[in-house]
Design a binder for this molecule. Structure first.
Ligand SMILES: NC(=O)c1ccc[n+]([C@@H]2O[C@H](COP(=O)([O-])OP(=O)(O)OC[C@H]3O[C@@H](n4cnc5c(N)ncnc54)[C@H](O)[C@@H]3O)[C@@H](O)[C@H]2O)c1
Length: 393
């Protein structure tokens, strides 16, 4: 089986936001794609959405023939149609028991050389692979939303995964026009782990009454060059997703206080104020709602920006400390997966690891909380005044 040289059939399980997006990416790379969902309604929605997208691509001159692309899709309600697939990517509901059941079922249908992948954001690939008789063919392929637009793909081998598979899948993702990174099967992989302080520290600054959300958002966009501030971004992602990821990462890291969720965000979720999609989150999205201006205080905004950035850099350095991924992949993940203005390790080099370390030591000195402990690797680099990208690492 060679997925690289031949455009072999790909199966996608789940035709929701992610499944449809991944199906589009695979079809545009030339593969026939079978999309399976238990819900006929979801399949119909996916068919309509993909049809509209393909029409728009034609209007923009990005594709020549709509029919050729549309004909690559087959929508099915039964996994039996997947017997010829050489790669199956599962993108169904985030529930371990249901995913395991589906993997077990699909394994009985496809040939022995078919790769089985999960797009899970938060479950361990090892636990999904354990449902299969041949767990060595199971791997995580984590796309970002919207899959056709976001370049990053996290490739996650489980302990059971065959040694050659991650590189093979990486090559394939490059052929699909993606930027793959290889990451250990650990909670949040790279992006959903390293990005946590962007939300968590912003929430904490607000909850302590140091600054309001408008000022925190302005500091991160104005001084940091982030496309959106933390509160605007949490509202955009939706608290049903963003809060749940935080809580899952917190629990999965055995309640490490660095990832502690916030009551303010939990209450929004409980109130059904999910963010943009419900018209109300931290901000009010009603047309008549007033926008409060940020506090114009440079010292305050600099302090906010530094504090959140130090926590983000510490998280990235700690991910490297634990060998979650290479330094290049950690930086690539944050620029291509969540559009950070630059990689956090590169940012650390620019500021100086000693400067970032001093900032964290100061926070730790003030709060005396484990949450603010500098990573051992940051301490080492700070003390030795080393850089991550000058070849000395
Ligand atoms: N939404 C995101 O931003 C995002 C990003 C990366 C990864 N993910 C992950 O991708 C997966 C799917 O997320 P989504 O946002 O596309 O969800 P979604 O709710 O939009 O779609 C899930 C689809 O799976 C179908 N489904 C449920 N159980 C099924 C089964 N047993 N067999 C076949 N189909 C079934 C549902 O009918 C639905 O159409 C989840 O594991 C999620 O964690 C989501």
């Amino acid at each position: 089986m060679n997925l690289l040289n031949e455009k072999l059939p790909v199966g996608i399980i789940g035709s929701g936001a992610m499944g449809s997006g991944i199906a589009q990416v695979a079809a545009m790379a030339g593969h026939p794609v079978k999309i399976m969902d238990t819900s006929r309604e979801a399949l119909e929605k996916s068919r309509n959405n993909l049809g509209n997208i393909i029409q728009k691509l034609k209007e923009k001159g990005k594709i020549e023939d709509t029919g050729e692309l549309i004909n690559k899709f087959e929508f099915v309600t039964d996994l039996g149609a997947f017997s010829s697939c050489k790669l199956v990517i599962e993108a169904i509901v985030e529930n371990l028991e249901i995913k395991k059941k589906v993997f077990k079922e699909v394994e009985g249908i496809v040939a022995a050389d078919c790769i089985l992948a999960s797009n899970t954001s938060s479950l361990s690939i090892a636990s999904i692979a354990a449902a299969c008789n041949a767990p060595e063919r199971v791997i995580g392929i984590h796309f970002f939303n919207p899959a056709p637009l976001m370049a990053l793909v996290e490739i996650i081998p489980a302990v059971q995964t065959a040694e050659a598979l991650p590189n093979h899948v990486c090559q394939l993702m490059k052929q699909w026009g993606k930027a793959p990174v290889i990451v250990k099967d650990t909670p949040g992989f790279i992006v959903n782990r390293v990005a946590r302080p962007f939300y968590g520290e912003a929430l904490r600054i607000m909850e302590e009454g140091i600054a309001d959300m408008e000022t925190i958002d302005a500091a991160m966009t104005g001084l940091g060059g982030f496309r959106m501030g933390p509160f605007a971004l949490m509202d955009y992602i939706g608290h049903d997703v963003n809060y749940v990821v935080t809580e899952t990462v917190f629990q999965s890291f055995f309640y490490d206080s660095r990832y502690k969720p916030s009551f303010s965000q939990k209450r929004l979720l409980e109130a059904g104020w999910l963010g943009r999609k419900s018209g109300r989150g931290f901000y009010n999205y009603a047309p008549e709602a007033q926008v409060k201006p940020p506090v114009q205080d440079n010292a305050l905004q600099n302090m906010i920006f530094d504090r959140i950035l130090f926590m983000l850099i510490n998280e990235a350095v700690d991910a490297l400390h634990w060998n979650i991924a290479s330094k290049e992949d950690i930086d690539l993940a944050m620029t291509k997966g969540v559009n950070y203005p630059k990689g956090l390790l590169q940012w650390c080099d620019e500021l100086g690891a000693d400067y970032v370390l001093a900032g964290l030591e100061s926070l730790y000195g003030h709060y005396k909380e484990d949450r603010y402990r500098p990573s051992p690797l940051l301490r080492k680099y700070g003390i030795e005044k080393r850089r991550f990208f000058d070849g000395t690492f």
